[in-house]
Design a protein around this ligand. Structure first.
Ligand code: ASP
Length: 428
């Protein structure tokens, strides 16, 4: 994807790393030498924050069209020719269950390891109050998300209003219903509508590629703003976050996948990983499920011997809809930032996060940083300042490589599991 290269010869992730270092070094020096001084507050308020905000706004801008188009297309693809009905159902079940397990592992890891705690609560609260996010509206919203409302809010009264208020679950529900109906009614009208939705999706991917090019500057600005205020404490927090994500991803990769391969797919996990290697390496180096798709398809059909019909369906759909690593990452990030900013999330809200992240794995695009817009809006939904994204952006490239590897491997595991019991030859 266009998101991986930047003009000027230097690759985007090198630039992001530089932005990360510049932001941290400048922020820490400012904190040590000028902490609390008037001019530093001025720089944070009028330079660093606006640059960071610009980036976040551009991401937010893409959320609604991206999630809507990805979900509609995902549902339509599952339901397409009736011959694929059974495979579609199995794939859908696989995606929901295994993604759910992934998010659960992530949520348990954050709750046990508590990577976001450690800052004095007043600091988190102060950050929260000073964040651009309108805290009054958020408090109101948080009170609204409780009990039976939790369920009722899934169904929007007015989809446009839901989109305007950033109620992501409601938008997702609407998109799912839309996709189901578009699958049932196959007229010229729906076909051309779906063509247009595909167009919206493609455009969103291109725009994400452009927006991501701003990331190095946003990383520098957002990190400067945070480290100038918090100093060294924030760094150890970040290291704990990376450790938690990597540990949770590793559990999913090295425990859940082998169990699925062995007991549901009926194959040897070691042999599976050996054969899957080209896709695993491509995913790790590109950070993009979509860019890896050709390799994934080749591996599924030629190296793993999955029937073409099944492999093509599961892997193509999986490249955008089956993202175990991304969903896990979304869950960990949201809880980590909630801990970091001192936002209390009860069990009910965490269960809601679980479901939102399962859908978030479907709604994220398979490009580098594709989950960032989704995370930004989940944060807002739960009253956590979206500026927190700045904290994780600097380490995102590495985590993106890791989670994309889990995403792509999950597609291949899915292909093997769904193919079990299917005739080897195409019957239709
Ligand atoms: N880079 C991921 C993928 O392509 C998506 C993400 O989590 O940002 O699978």
């Amino acid at each position: 994807m266009s998101g991986t290269d930047a003009p000027g010869g230097m690759s985007l992730h090198t630039k992001m790393l530089i932005g990360f270092i510049v932001g941290i070094v400048a922020g820490l020096s400012a904190n040590v030498f000028a902490g609390g001084q008037e001019w530093l507050n001025w720089v944070v308020t009028y330079v660093a924050n606006p640059v960071g905000q610009l980036f976040l706004r551009l991401l937010f801008m893409l959320v609604v069209p991206l999630v809507f188009s990805a979900l509609v297309l995902g549902v339509v693809e599952i339901g397409q020719p009736s011959a694929l009905g059974r495979i579609g159902l199995r794939t859908l079940t696989y995606i929901m269950v295994v993604t759910g397990v992934a998010v659960l592992i992530g949520l348990v890891a954050v709750n046990v390891l508590q990577p976001g705690t450690g800052l004095p609560p007043e600091t988190g609260q102060a950050l929260l109050a000073s964040s651009q996010a309108n805290s009054a509206a958020i408090v109101e919203k948080q009170q609204a998300i409780s009990g039976i409302d939790l369920l009722l809010n899934i169904v929007p009264k007015n989809p446009i209003q839901a989109a305007a208020n950033g109620e992501l679950i409601a938008v997702m529900f609407f998109a799912l219903m839309f996709g189901v109906a578009a699958t049932v009614i196959r007229s010229d009208g729906t076909r051309s509508f779906l063509g247009a939705v595909q167009g919206v999706y493609d455009i969103c991917l291109t725009l994400i590629g452009w927006v991501i090019r701003l990331a190095p500057y946003a990383v520098a600005a957002l990190l400067f703003a945070i480290t100038a205020r918090l100093g060294f404490d924030v760094l150890s927090q970040l290291a704990r976050f990376v450790g938690t994500v990597v540990l949770a991803l590793a559990i999913h990769f090295f425990v859940v996948f082998p169990l699925l391969i062995k007991y549901v797919g009926g194959r040897s996990p070691i042999d599976f990983f050996r054969r899957a290697e080209p896709a695993i390496l491509t995913a790790f180096s590109t950070s993009s499920s979509s860019a890896t798709l050709p390799t994934t398809l080749m591996v599924a059909e030629e190296r793993l011997g999955v029937p073409r019909r099944v492999g093509r369906f599961v892997c193509t759909l999986g490249a955008t809809a089956n993202m175990n690593g991304t969903a896990l990452f979304e869950g960990v990030t949201v809880l980590f930032l909630a801990q970091f900013f001192g936002v209390e999330l009860g069990l009910g809200q965490q269960i809601l996060i679980l479901f939102v992240c399962i859908l978030g794995g479907i709604g994220a695009a398979g490009v580098p940083g594709g989950s960032l817009p989704v995370i930004a809006s989940i944060l807002v939904m739960f009253g956590i300042p979206p500026e927190g994204i700045g904290l994780i952006l600097g380490v995102d490239r590495f985590l993106d490589m890791c989670r994309t590897t889990v995403n792509v491997t999950g597609d291949l595991v899915g292909a093997v599991v769904v193919a079990r019991g299917e005739p080897a030859e195409e019957t239709k």
